[in-house]
Design a protein around this ligand. Structure first.
Ligand code: 5GP
Length: 211
């Protein structure tokens, strides 16, 4: 938001209007193309998790850039698989590399890795994620991006990798936060900057209700 203070009123108003439009487009996509599954899962495979709406992703990428314009980001870190599309499209605006944490060990992966355990909310199991030490170090200022924030385990795992690398965490950008789960408050209570583009307060009669 500091960004807004240094630009004239007319531009500021225009940027704020644009922010509102992106939020509205994303909320409409969630309402019209998302599907609530059970008590606490939102399925968005129509635009974010399987089929990808590139135009919407592009607006999401621009919005993360707008929010972190003053932050001198050097790397974007995400987790495979769904975070990759968001990270790549945003990275074009930051002009920095994307690094994604890998869930599967392979012969292709360097042995020298940062590793951390992440409990998966959707799969209900813990798995190890790895990032080669070649790709993040103490000179980096990292923006973590992911599709969803639920219990915060993926975000905390990625932050752990940033800390192991001795790098700085600028913030965590999330496309959809489920505000009724604890992840957002767990992260914010630790002083971590969290920017969620849509925050769902509850599911009522099978429909998301936004903050
Ligand atoms: P957390 O680690 O915050 O508990 O969960 C975040 C991760 O779990 C995200 O990377 C996302 O892939 C997945 N996830 C959590 N909740 C949902 C959900 O409601 N819908 C979808 N599609 N993915 C979710």
């Amino acid at each position: 938001m500091n960004f807004c203070h240094s630009i004239p009123e007319t531009f500021r108003t225009r940027f704020q209007a644009r922010e509102g439009v992106i939020m509205e487009v994303l909320q409409n996509a969630i309402l019209e193309r998302g599907q609530v599954v059970g008590e606490d899962i939102l399925k968005v495979d129509t635009f974010l998790n399987h089929q990808l709406d590139v135009s919407l992703l592009n607006d999401i990428g621009k919005e993360f850039k707008r929010r972190y314009a003053d932050e001198k980001i050097t790397k974007i870190l995400t987790i495979e698989a769904s975070g990759i599309a968001i990270a790549i499209i945003a990275a074009q605006y930051f002009n920095v590399p994307v690094v994604f944490a890998k869930k599967v060990a392979s012969k292709n992966l360097d042995e020298n890795t940062y590793e951390t355990n992440v409990f998966s909310f959707t799969k209900a199991k813990t798995y190890k994620v790895r990032v080669s030490k070649k790709f993040i170090d103490e000179t980096d200022r990292v923006l973590v991006l992911d599709d969803f924030l639920a219990q915060g385990k993926a975000a905390l795992g990625l932050r752990d990798i940033v800390l192991q690398a001795g790098a700085e965490l600028a913030g965590i950008g999330i496309v959809i936060e489920k505000g009724f789960q604890e992840g957002g408050s767990v992260l914010r209570n630790q002083g971590i900057r969290v920017d969620s583009l849509a925050i769902i307060n509850s599911f009522e009669n099978g429909r998301p209700v936004f903050k």
